[in-house]
Write a protein that binds this ligand. Structure first.
Ligand code: PGA
Length: 250
């Protein structure tokens, strides 16, 4: 199960047209190595998705979005909003939901639940982000927080759960260069995976996100239940992103 690892780039509010060259280089690298036991996905700003769709071989690189509006699943009079149907049209395969940067701006579990429903209806795969803040981590509340974030939004049936991947992203690790210790992560992933099996009767694929780089990627090889990574800053330059993949496997 979950044999394919995921390397998912989250470009956030970064990237101009010229920066698509970085994806070209990743794509060339993937063609060259002919390895097919991992997936590469680029979650781009809306402005680049259409261009990326026409430029890249989407058999090698998946496209993903970082957000969409819950006002309507298809279309409507909502100035400045993007619907999940529009993302589908752009051949997005994945969408990030519940990122802490959006939760901090008021995205509630109810909104997250609606987004999950919309994405499932349109057959997009979901990268559901969960994670605790530093205070909660220090108070030993990480598991309780994450378990609650999952409990409040996850659907119960297997058909839907199959389209969801969970990215554990401790907020205190995002963009800080600080990553949790191996022992902590192994224990945490084991606990989450046990909880999901017990309460949802399903083993959902688990990713880690937060300051992943080519310098620390080796550490994650030993996290048994970790099926891949959501990578922010280090995904913007092809060299860094390719180095992460190379170092993970060598
Ligand atoms: P980071 O971001 O790799 O820059 O820490 C990860 C994320 O927020 O998804």
């Amino acid at each position: 199960m979950h044999s394919k690892k995921h390397f998912i780039a989250n470009w956030k509010m970064n990237g101009l047209i010229k920066d698509l060259n970085h994806i070209s280089r990743v794509s060339d690298y993937l063609k060259k190595i002919k390895k097919n036991d991992f997936n590469c996905t680029f979650c781009l700003p809306y402005t680049l998705l259409g261009l990326a769709k026409s430029r890249f071989d989407l058999k090698k690189i998946n496209l993903g979005a970082q957000n969409f509006s819950v006002q309507d699943i298809n279309s409507g009079p909502y100035t400045g909003s993007i619907s999940i149907n529009m993302l589908k049209d752009l051949k997005c395969k994945y969408v990030i939901i519940g990122h802490s940067e959006l939760r901090a701006k008021g995205e509630t579990n109810l909104i997250i639940k609606t987004k999950i429903k919309y994405a499932l209806e349109k057959n997009l795969k979901i990268i559901l982000c969960v994670g605790e803040n530093l205070m909660q981590y220090k108070a030993n509340k990480s598991f309780q927080i994450v378990k609650n974030q999952l409990k409040l939004v996850l659907p119960k049936n297997k058909k839907d759960l199959r389209n969801i991947t969970i990215a554990y992203e401790p907020i205190w690790s995002i963009g800080t260069g600080i990553i949790p210790q191996n022992k902590y992560l192994n224990n945490f992933f084991n606990k989450i995976s046990y909880y999901l099996k017990k309460d949802f009767k399903f083993s959902i694929s688990l990713l880690y996100g937060g300051s992943v780089s080519s310098k620390n990627i080796k550490q994650f090889v030993n996290i048994n239940k970790c099926n891949g990574f959501l990578i922010g800053g280090a995904s913007l330059k092809s060299k860094n992103f390719i180095d992460i993949i190379k170092k993970y496997y060598n």
